[in-house]
Design a protein around this ligand. Structure first.
Ligand SMILES: Nc1ncnc2c1ncn2[C@@H]1O[C@H](COP(=O)(O)OP(=O)(O)OP(=O)(O)O)[C@@H](O)[C@H]1O
Ligand SMILES: NC(=O)CC[C@H](N)C(=O)O
Length: 567
């Protein structure tokens, strides 16, 4: 993941923070982007100075140094993330820049191969069409800061779903700082907040008082008359329930093609020569197992490896060693994947990588994890962040492999995944009603409140999960990719009637008694059955901190609440 730090300081001051604090931020950013780092300073006036510091984890050819400064306008771009496609009004121009035509597949837009460096494409589009028009058309997971030297303003945003971290600090009047991470320091480096998702922001450097304007994302169905805005590339959730099941196979095939395309975009947008292997954050649950199955079909004929990273914690409070629920499930799902018909004769190699985290290692890294997750501070955030931190580190042992001759298959040898890209199944529960509280709500009220609850869950992913997970996972020079949060897949999923997400079914026992069971993630389960994963298809949700046992590890903390502040 790339790293961004930007600041505006006034009154002739040199820097937003004292040197030690700034260096700490720069060090954290260098971990995110180990390929290069650079600083650009723009002295706007004697009083006002702009500082841009960037680091790059290069994923797309050619390596594009950041901050990227335009030779023609002197504008400056800091970009963290991936653009997979350019749609809508700028489709033609954007794709010309982004896509190597020869790599377009027959299906056209749904499997665009984004093969050119996207940072320079974004810069081109910003200069040619302006920020709002461009952002409206970009498809991908990103955060950016852009100084428009012609208009003398600075723009910043996270993508419309908020899949990358960006923090802001506006405690000093007239000044501003933005950063991908901001290690917490109680004295000198506090008061950061996550840039609220759902808007693009602009500060006008020429206007008196340097006002900030926000341009919100709205749905096409909203009243759009009051202020300039952007239109989400997906609708509001469809609250309807379809009356007949005639469309079942059509919904399933749309689900399948849309999710395949989302995974494929994220596979193709990797510098194939340098980093052509893959890793999945693998709990063994249905979401990440389905993603792995799709990866194996896309990479079926490629001589490459897919590392399935499964993290488990030694938890002194609960005991039980590393035989955590996710470890047991992970092993079982790995076997099921190997036996699925689609995997027969595959050239790609699947490996199960066990990442065991002893309690002593947690003690060693816990202050780093707490700093990275900041401004999240709760006990629950910490236990989730800890699990992502060690899973993303990718250091474990290859305990099983689909290739009998796999040289890394050695129970005694430490193995570190070379993959820079980590696939995650996040988002499936929010789109397809995977939480137990969805089931409980459905049991009480049927479909009545489900749509509202799902809309709420999806809409707060940026503040609850995505910023934190980016900050924590990226510190190892890795990049999280979320196929379930692909805009086109989200578009399909939000449009799909609620009964393709959650359903009740009755079973009659021999004594005639009827039991009603409620199942969420209907289409995901149907897909798993279709591709030969019947056991995985029955799996229920288990959150990472319980599956990996990273929650409340210290003896005597059993009664601590998840919402308490982590100390
Ligand atoms: N123990 C684990 N080891 C490695 N990665 C994990 C683990 N648990 C969860 N993950 C990753 O984090 C993602 C989101 O985790 P979450 O807790 O929401 O699990 P989930 O929704 O039950 O997903 P899944 O069905 O894939 O388990 C998972 O899809 C997976 O990619
Ligand atoms: N890690 C990143 O954010 C990568 C930025 C950009 N996609 C590149 O490959 O240069």
């Amino acid at each position: 993941m790339c790293g961004i730090f930007f600041s505006i300081v006034q009154d002739g001051r040199d820097a937003f923070l004292a040197k030690p604090q700034l260096e700490r931020i720069y060090d954290a950013l260098r971990c995110r982007g180990p390929d290069c780092s650079n600083q650009v300073v723009v002295q706007l006036s004697e009083q006002c100075k702009l500082t841009f510091f960037s680091t790059v984890l290069s994923m797309r050819d050619p390596l594009t140094v950041q901050p990227l400064q335009s030779a023609t306008t002197s504008s400056v771009l800091q970009f963290n993330g991936e653009i997979y496609d350019v749609a809508g009004e700028l489709e033609g121009r954007g794709r010309d820049l982004l896509v190597d035509e020869t790599e377009l597949d027959e299906a056209g837009c749904s499997t665009v191969c984004s093969s050119r460096n996207d940072t320079s494409v974004v810069m081109h589009l910003f200069e040619e069409f302006g920020v709002l028009k461009t952002v409206q058309c970009l498809r991908g997971e990103y955060a950016f800061v852009y100084y428009d030297a012609v208009e003398r303003c600075v723009w910043w945003a996270r993508d419309c779903i908020g899949r990358r971290s960006l923090l802001m600090n506006q405690t000093v009047p007239g000044e501003l700082a933005l950063s991908s991470v901001a290690p917490f320091d109680a004295e000198l480096c506090k008061d950061w907040i996550e840039v609220p998702g759902g808007s693009v922001y602009k500060i006008d450097l020429s206007a008196v008082g340097m006002p900030v304007t926000s341009f919100p994302w709205r749905h096409a169905s909203d009243d759009l008359t009051d202020q300039p805005c952007l239109i989400y590339p997906y609708p509001e959730i469809n609250p309807s329930v379809s009356v007949s099941d005639d469309d079942n196979s059509s919904f399933l095939s749309q689900f399948e093609s849309s999710l395949h395309a989302a995974v494929k975009r994220r596979v193709l947008a990797i510098n194939q020569t340098a980093h052509s292997n893959y890793a999945v954050l693998f709990s063994g649950g249905i979401d990440c197992t389905v993603l792995t199955q799709i990866l194996t079909t896309i990479l079926h004929d490629h001589h490459t490896t897919i590392d399935l990273l499964n993290v488990a914690f030694e938890n002194p409070r609960t005991g039980g060693g590393y035989a955590t629920p996710d470890r047991l499930l992970g092993r079982r799902s790995f076997e099921e994947l190997l036996g699925a018909p689609g995997f027969a004769n595959a050239q790609c190699v699947l490996r199960f990588v066990e990442i065991d985290v002893p309690f002593a290692l947690v003690q060693e890294y816990k202050s780093q994890v707490a700093e990275l997750m900041y401004p999240k501070t709760s006990v629950m955030d910490f236990s989730i962040a800890l699990a992502f931190f060690f899973a993303a580190r990718g250091v474990g042992r290859v305990v099983a492999s689909s290739a009998a001759t796999d040289a890394d298959l050695d129970l005694a040898k430490e193995y570190s995944t070379p993959s820079r890209v980590l696939f995650s199944g996040l988002g499936a529960d929010e789109l397809y009603a995977g939480y137990s509280r969805h089931t409980a709500g459905f049991r009480r009220q049927g479909y009545q409140s489900l749509a509202a609850e799902l809309a709420l869950d999806f809409g707060r992913l940026h503040e609850r999960n995505l910023g934190r997970d980016d900050r924590v996972g990226a510190c190892w020079g890795k990049e999280l990719r979320y196929p379930f949060l692909d805009e086109d897949f989200v578009n399909f999923s939000l449009s799909c009637p609620l009964n393709y997400k959650m359903r009740a079914s009755n079973t009659t026992a021999d004594d005639g008694s009827i039991t009603t069971s409620i199942t969420g993630k209907y289409l995901i389960r149907q897909y798993a059955r279709k591709v030969g994963l019947p056991q995985v298809a029955e799996e229920s949700k288990r959150a990472i901190q319980f599956g990996a046992r990273s929650a409340k590890m210290e003896v005597g903390t059993g009664k601590v609440k998840g919402t308490d502040t982590f100390k």
